[in-house]
Design a protein around this ligand. Sequence first.
Ligand SMILES: Cc1ncc(COP(=O)(O)O)c(C=O)c1O
Length: 362
Amino acid sequence: MILLNPGPVNVSERVRNALRQPDICHRESECSELLADIRHKLLKAFVPGEEDEYTAIVLTGSGTAAVEAALMSSIPMGKRAMVINNGVYGQRMSSMLMTHRLGTPDLKYDWGVVPDPETVDLALKQHPEVHTVAMVHHETTLGLINPVKDIAEIVDRHNRVFMVDSVSGLGGEALDIAGNKLYMVAGAAQKCIQGLPGAAFVLVRKGFMERVLKYPKRSWYLNLANYYEEQERGTIPFTPAVQVYYAFREALNELLEEGLDNRIQRFHGYATTIRTRFEEWGVKPVLAPALQGHTLTAFYLPEGCAYQRLHDELKQAGYVIYAGQGHLEEKIFRVANIGALTNQNIEGFLSAFQATLSGARA
Ligand SMILES: Cc1ncc(COP(=O)(O)O)c(C=O)c1O
């Protein structure tokens, strides 16, 4: 089955085979070495040349675990966080803050609307209690790239902390973490990094991590300071998904061999092929090209083509697409183009899609 949902993705045989390493005890040196290697490779891949400025903290869990650990560990006593919310995943961070009663009203935008730095500037002037500003990098809801650089500048000018959810971006969409001095970036193995689900991570500026150690623990299990202190000692607080970590390391090896820029270009190529062909067939994207990333496209459902039928017929042909969410569930569908895919996979999908579309229009 070819997965065109935004993760988990198809992985290579090499990554799958990495699961078949010998069983190890997570309290033994083999596990410490595995963890150290993953942490080192994450820094090499995502903050090249600036590895000394950042630390990588690895968690067992899905991307949401990394996002929640980062966000909730970033807030000192008496302070709050604010979310720039323009999609499902911005909303999820807002809900986390609501659960802990540590939020301020979101800077809320309609889906597909790009946040403007002036409003962020004003909000930070009005809310001195806001310590952390959180935003999603690639908002998977519609495939929108948020303006990380512009917002980072404003947040920095106000001397606040910027936390970025790049769970669906890292490995597939460009993000200059070190250049923008991002404080915290959450990511996961099973999307553009082409690993398996169950491993997630947070990249943190080292100077900030030292401050985080003194902040109150907002969660017992997802406290980033705890993970950091243990991982610096070569240990790990809880039983990790060892075999998934083996696959994660192999996926990072593949990413480093392919090169991050080449990986981004490969996905870009797939997206361009899909978008060009869909345009010829009159299938319209939801976002203007300037707003789109290169890893997922949201399209309006063609006339007379209900999502379920489209999905089921394509699945029968061997391709999994993805539904829209919320108020757009009945109106749109999404096609991701990440994972260990080939041009033939994309061509195969396009042929299957064209056949389904012709059937619906007949
Ligand atoms: C931007 C973003 N953040 C967070 C998540 C949550 O990741 P997970 O499902 O691995 O918890 C996703 C999942 O699609 C996402 O796209």
